[in-house]
Design a protein around this ligand. Structure first.
Ligand code: PGA
Length: 262
């Protein structure tokens, strides 16, 4: 089973539209040099207010800019209405997003997102022909208590509830141990691979072997150009969700390059 790797940059709450445009231009410039046949899927997730500016840069003129796909960092599951501060799937479709990140630990921790909300978001995203990047991961405390696997199994089971095997197969999961996010402390590659294999077994239980073999599962948490080659060499790591190192064109492009060996 070959799964096309993904390198996704989560820009979090950084970069206004002018800065976002600069960054995407820099990334395009770098990745256009790379061998197209070996490229992973390259995805960037700017803030909502930069989606238009970045999308404008992602034309299909053949200059290599169509090598980068657009993602949003969140969506609300209701189609419209009195939900101040939220954004709907239709509104995101204006910007031709290919992916939407959901259930990031920062959303869960600071904005009270629950597994049930994440499941509703996954459904709305898939119903609209977009691909969810469903994040999961344990805290340091959970890891120390030895409940990592059961916690992640619950997050994934709840997120995938009611999805068809086909929908699960095209979805993306990002395993992001919370203690590794933004700390510079990457999870050991073999351990990340072990947890990702465990996630694949949970997916198999929920949606069957075909979906489990097809779904792409990324690692996230302090991914850097120096760590990516070893991470990608693991059997079950299909790419990376990159925060800090995606904010500079050079380091993001180096991560893309490192993933090309897979
Ligand atoms: P980091 O963030 O690469 O800065 O650790 C990853 C993420 O939160 O997606």
């Amino acid at each position: 089973m070959t799964r096309k790797p993904i390198i996704a940059g989560n820009w979090k709450m950084h970069n206004n539209s002018v800065q976002s445009k600069e960054l995407i231009k820099g990334i395009k410039e770098k990745v256009k040099e790379f061998d197209a046949d070996k490229l992973p899927e390259i995805v960037v997730a700017p803030v909502f207010t930069s989606l238009a500016a970045v999308n404008e840069e992602l034309c299909h003129c053949g200059c290599g800019c169509n090598r980068v796909k657009l993602a949003a960092q969140n969506v609300y599951f209701e189609p419209k209405g009195a939900f101040t501060g939220e954004i709907s799937i239709d509104m995101l479709k204006d910007f031709e997003v290919s992916y939407i990140i959901i259930g990031h630990s920062e959303r869960r921790q600071y904005f009270g997102e629950t597994d049930e909300m994440i499941n509703k978001k996954a459904k709305v995203i898939l119903d609209n022909g977009i691909i969810p990047i469903i994040c999961c991961g344990e805290t340091l405390e959970q890891r120390e208590q030895g409940v990592t696997d059961s916690h992640i199994a619950k997050q994934i089971t709840e997120a995938l509830k009611g999805l068809s095997a086909e929908e699960v197969a095209k979805s993306v999961i990002a395993y992001e141990p919370i203690w590794a996010i933004g700390t510079g402390k990457t999870c050991d590659s073999t351990e990340a691979n072990r947890v990702i294999k465990h996630i694949r077994s949970v997916v198999e239980k929920e949606a069957g072997k075909e979906a489990a073999d097809a779904i792409r599962i990324l690692y996230g948490g302090s991914v850097k150009p120096e760590t990516i080659v070893e991470q990608m060499a693991q059997s079950d790591i299909d790419g990376a969700l990159v925060g800090g190192a995606s904010l500079k064109a050079d380091s993001f492009a180096d991560i893309v390059k490192g993933a090309m060996a897979k």
